[in-house]
Design a protein around this ligand. Structure first.
Ligand SMILES: [Zn+2]
Length: 672
């Protein structure tokens, strides 16, 4: 291997002190003295990620991560040995050479370091060691031998494809952010020199079309490395990667790709949508930001679903709430939004992350984190094995909960969702402070001001409750700004400091509390939530309150099938209570009286279940006898509002958070 000394790196990303930084003449645009912001000529970002391990999950979020460890994230090698066992190409074996090994690690690495779990760290080790030692003289790394693709369920060819390496780069980036292992910097520098030399001859789409769709993931790591080493060739490589990635900026500006069906692959869109704003760091022109905004508008209008995602089963498929949304789409869209949030400080991106995390994400895996769905539907009333009106059906298994049902990409890729959500709860600000941009029970160890370590504890039952408490723990009084996001759905937030009103703030803003903090100072943020209604397919109606979408509570019966030779064991759920309700049309002023909110006094350690749902909303509804099952899903959605519903009897039904449901209606017909 050709060694290249990294003389420019006179400090490490993790442990830089202000003294070292001041003597490094290379660094011109560091605003925060402790955490590395973008280097010139890249634009300065408002927020900077903290080292992995600085942010600790508490409460329900910790329980979620522990369930992942005890479930399939912790032992996918044992549950799925065919692909994740010793024969995997990323361990030097003759088995799977492609994306699935790196996918798993992309969630396992942050989980291991957030939980600070020795067992999980040991599990990561052979993958990291093999990847680093695989690097060739010319800078290439990863599997390099193709095998005949004749083994069912294993992807043994396209070992040289640029795409799976993009995932392993994200893995190594996180591993470095946790450990400071400099071999990662060396490997990336050599590999990116290899890309600079090879890409003009062997383009991103040479082996498969995935890499050209997903080049933004590669670009993001190139900028990250540039900020550490300052190697100018990385900016040249960035230009090549941008040119060879499909033109997300142009496509989303124009918007034709959203009109009609099947023009984009759902997961590619979830990944690609960030590319313009990643590149924007090198070229801060409005068109890149605008194209992303237009992209989200197009998705919402032509394929949108109320849980924050869109119909893509697997290709974009219209607005009907019986179309599916893939689990990979949920976790990749969250990662894209997290990446764009740091670059822009755009509150709508943070709101969107929470919408997916608190609605779509919990429901697509089972409580023990041992099974998952390939697709979820916003209106989902039969989780049974049968073909539905999806673009792909995988022998009817897309809807049921299993390990390998549908298609196994999600089994490998789903693990990044919650750990990365945790990692993005807190950021360093470019003015030496701390920012809470997403909310969940947590604690952060962060250096503020000129490097003073503080811990901030966040105690809350959010998103099920509107109060969030922060306690600052510091060895000595220290002045620094605390940034708090006020979501767009909040009309007016109240900030209190040590029990006294400090200020109020409108939704869609970031409040900055800049003061000297003493040990045990307390900030209370109150984000009043009101019931809102949003409009969807056939003018249907979704009920939202704060970051949560509410869905009809439907009781169900589970049915375990454990004899399928191709898909393994899986679970079906069929309804035992009625689902065919429309919600009674009400004026906004009538909602507080007619919609009764019932909040449980204590929050269960794992709240994302039908039984433990922390909040219920009782609402007036009418049963629509003609709205019936069709091929395992709800028949055509009655349009809103049909006058003929006027004389039907009113019943009270119960809505619970979407994330607590398995069977549900979330896009309701509105009735007279
Ligand atoms: Zn998938």
């Amino acid at each position: 291997m050709k060694k290249r000394s990294l003389l420019i790196v006179s400090f490490t990303y993790l442990f830089a002190s202000i003294i070292v930084l001041k003597v490094d003449a290379q660094i011109t645009n560091i605003v925060n003295s402790v955490y590395q912001n973008n280097r010139a000529p890249l634009k300065t970002n408002p927020y900077v990620q903290l080292p992995l391990g600085s942010i600790h999950a508490e409460g329900w979020l910790k329980e979620q991560l522990v369930r992942m460890k005890n479930g399939m994230t912790g032992d996918l090698d044992k549950r799925y040995p065919l692909v994740m066992g010793k024969r995997n190409g990323w361990l030097g074996g003759d088995g799977d050479q492609w994306e699935r090994g790196p996918y798993w690690l992309d969630g396992l690495v942050p989980l291991a370091y957030i939980l600070n779990d020795a067992e999980l760290k040991n599990k990561i080790k052979p993958w990291i060691e093999w990847s680093i030692s695989s690097q060739k003289e010319d800078g290439y790394f990863g599997p390099d031998k193709d095998y005949p693709n004749d083994e069912k369920g294993v992807q043994r060819d396209n070992s040289h494809d640029w795409w799976p390496k993009m995932v392993m780069l994200k893995v190594l980036q996180q591993y470095y952010m946790a450990t400071g292992d400099k071999r990662v910097i060396n490997l990336m520098t050599n590999y990116f020199r290899y890309q600079l030399k090879e890409l003009p001859k062997t383009k991103l789409d040479h082996w498969t079309f995935w890499a050209a769709q997903r080049g933004g993931d590669n670009l993001l790591v190139v900028y990250w490395l540039y900020n550490i080493t300052g190697d100018k060739f990385l900016l040249d490589l960035a230009e090549i990667l941008h040119q060879q990635t499909v033109d997300w900026t142009g496509m989303m500006q124009k918007g034709d790709v959203f009109k009609g069906y099947f023009k984009l692959h759902g997961v590619n869109l979830a990944q690609g949508i960030k590319e313009p704003l990643i590149y924007y760091q090198q070229h801060p022109e409005d068109k890149y930001y605008e194209s992303v905004k237009k992209g989200f508008e197009g998705i919402r209008l032509f394929h949108g679903q109320p849980q924050g995602l869109y119909a893509a089963d697997e290709w974009l498929h219209g607005t009907n709430p019986t179309q599916g949304s893939e689990l990979c789409t949920a976790v990749e869209m969250m990662y894209s939004l997290e990446s764009m949030l740091q670059v822009t400080s755009d509150v709508s991106f943070a709101d969107h992350i929470e919408k997916i995390a608190f609605n779509a994400l919990p429901t697509q895996s089972n409580d023990a984190y041992t099974e998952r769905q390939y697709y979820q539907q916003p209106n989902q009333v039969m989780i049974t094995r049968q073909n539905r009106n999806f673009y792909t059906n995988h022998a009817g298994t897309d809807q049921v909960y299993g390990l390998l049902t549908g298609y196994p990409c999600c089994t490998a890729n789903m693990h990044q969702g919650w750990p990365k959500f945790t990692q993005n709860l807190w950021y360093a600000t470019n003015d030496g402070g701390a920012a809470a941009l997403l909310y969940a029970p947590s604690a952060v160890d962060i250096k503020v001001s000129d490097g003073q370590p503080v811990t901030i504890k966040e105690t809350t039952q959010y998103p099920f409750n509107d109060k969030i408490n922060f306690t600052i723990q510091t060895g000595k009084a220290v002045a620094f700004p605390l940034h708090l996001r006020i979501p767009q759905w909040c009309k007016e937030a109240v900030v209190k400091i040590n029990g006294k009103d400090f200020k109020t703030a409108k939704g869609g803003s970031i409040v900055v509390v800049n003061r000297e903090w003493n040990n045990n100072d307390n900030v209370e943020l109150q984000l009043p939530m009101s019931i809102e209604r949003s409009r969807w397919h056939e003018n249907s109606m979704a009920v939202e309150r704060g970051p949560l979408v509410y869905a009809l509570k439907i009781e169900g019966k589970s049915n375990k099938i454990d004899n399928d030779t191709v898909f393994g064991a899986y679970n079906e759920i069929v309804p035992t209570t009625a689902w065919n309700y429309g919600l009674v049309s009400l004026k906004s002023a009538e909602l507080p009286n007619q919609y009764k909110i019932v909040q449980k006094t204590t929050l269960a350690s794992y709240p994302w279940t039908l039984a433990e749902a922390p909040i219920e909303i009782k609402v007036p509804a009418k049963k629509l006898a003609n709205w019936q099952l069709y091929q395992g899903e709800t028949g055509p959605l009655p349009y809103s509002i049909q006058e003929e519903t006027q004389n039907l009897p009113v019943e009270e039904v119960t809505l619970i958070p979407y994330g607590c449901t398995r069977l549900r209606i979330s896009e309701f017909p509105e009735v007279k």
